[in-house]
Design a protein around this ligand. Structure first.
Ligand code: NAD
Ligand code: DAU
Length: 357
């Protein structure tokens, strides 16, 4: 680690969106790792947030759960007054590209207005020169799409192409504007596709595992040749821990394991892993792979150059993709109760509307 980077010492941390996929994995790492730090999570428990995701930390003395909306300025202000946060780690968002195509305004409200509401509360509360930090979690999708060559870096211009990506880009601009205009101490990370335990099965990897398990059609958009860059969520949590404490104020960090796969290759790998885990004949799940109408505006390829977070902060991913996918398949197969609870009537209606199956 670069010894000249200033340290941030979080003592009272607001984690927004902690009942979602990445937030829950982050809390499951941080709450036991830092017993002297108080963590408060604010989560609206939308379709994407579940108390089950934070059950492993729910009883910890240093953890508090608050159900509420990040765009509720009165609530957010009251929480800052009550808890005197030193630190905000901002995950809460509408996060699914397909849903943003159906209902873009929900994304503007939460991702743009919600982020602005949090920034205002932090600006109001952090008037002295204390040790404060606002860490904003964002996505590589703000950079648009790549062709067959090249990678995103921290210098890549913004070119979002979906309502989700545009709303995240808007939130990133607001965070930087608060840094420049008001001196708000922030860090920002743009991360590639995450996978691992507790991900909502609207997203590709848990969707494939679930549908392979149930021997249902497995939808692959277009010709399956789009490329994503996959990062295990627990490696993301470790990177965020590092950035939060050692990242430079005002700095952006791109985070990824730099592992690219076409969607079709990934889906075939997952179906084979599910068959193997269930002792089914090879090819049982593969026969359910179905090419469906492409996502409108579907970005072709994402690939992230994560050299800054590696070189400056000495972060390294612990999972390689084969081991990470195997662990992930096992986790979903070993948690039928979780899958059952998540795939409720709302989920069934979503899948029906999306794929008509
Ligand atoms: P998620 O959809 O699984 O969880 C989002 C959480 O935010 C849920 O618990 C939900 O209840 C909560 N939430 C939504 N609207 C809210 C509101 N108005 N007020 C309070 N809480 C609200 O998302 P995720 O995959 O865990 O993503 C977390 C963050 O990471 C997002 O900001 C996303 O843009 C970013 N990100 C995700 C990925 C990925 O691959 N999943 C990659 C890069 C960046
Ligand atoms: O790149 C980071 C982003 O990764 C995050 O910011 C988003 O929050 C997260 O949802 C994810 O976005 P993607 O659109 O890449 O993820 P998704 O899991 O929806 O899709 C992954 C790829 O698989 C994408 O190319 C679309 C394709 N796909 C997806 C679904 C749900 C299919 O082929 N079939 C499907 O049913």
């Amino acid at each position: 680690m670069n010894s000249s980077t200033p340290e941030h010492h979080p003592t009272r941390v607001l984690v927004t969106g902690g009942a979602g996929f990445i937030g829950a994995n982050f809390l499951q790492h941080m709450v036991p790792a830092y017993p002297d730090v108080a963590f408060v999570t604010l989560d609206a428990l939308t379709y994407a947030g579940h108390r089950r995701n934070i059950a492993p930390v729910a009883e910890a003395d240093n953890f508090t759960f608050v159900e509420g909306d990040i765009a509720d300025a009165a609530l957010v202000g009251r929480l800052f007054d009550e808890h005197a946060f030193t630190t905000v780690v901002h995950f809460a968002a509408e996060s699914h590209v397909d849903r943003s195509i159906q209902d873009p305004l929900a994304f503007v409200r939460t991702n743009v207005v919600g982020t602005a509401t949090l920034l205002e509360a932090a600006r109001t509360a952090w008037r002295d020169d204390g040790d404060y930090r606002f860490h904003h979690i964002s996505t590589d999708e703000v950079f648009g799409e790549l062709g067959a060559e090249g990678t995103f870096t921290e210098a890549t211009p913004y070119a979002p192409r979906s309502p989700y990506a545009a709303s995240k880009a808007g939130s990133d601009h607001l965070v930087r504007a608060y840094g420049h205009t008001y001196g708000l101490p922030f860090t920002l990370s743009n991360t590639s596709n995450n996978y691992g335990p507790y991900q909502h099965p609207e997203k590709l990897i848990p969707l494939v595992i679930l549908r392979a398990l149930r021997e249902q059609p497995i939808p692959v958009y277009g010709d399956g040749q789009n490329v994503r860059d996959w990062l295990h969520v627990q490696d993301h949590a470790l990177a965020l821990d590092c950035i939060l404490r050692h990242g430079r104020t005002g700095q952006t960090y791109l985070v990824s394991a730099e592992v690219e796969r076409t969607n079709l290759h990934l889906v075939e790998t997952l179906t084979d892993l599910v068959d193997a885990a269930l002792d089914r004949p090879a090819g049982t799940a593969r026969q359910h792979i179905t090419f469906v109408t492409d996502r409108p505006g579907h970005d072709f390829r994402y690939a992230v150059d994560a050299s800054r977070v590696r070189d400056e902060l000495s972060w390294r991913p612990q999972y390689d993709l084969p081991a990470g996918l195997e662990q992930t398949v096992r986790w979903y197969l070993d948690h039928p109760d979780w899958l059952e609870a998540i795939t409720d009537e709302d989920y069934a209606a979503y899948i029906d509307a999306q794929y008509g199956t």
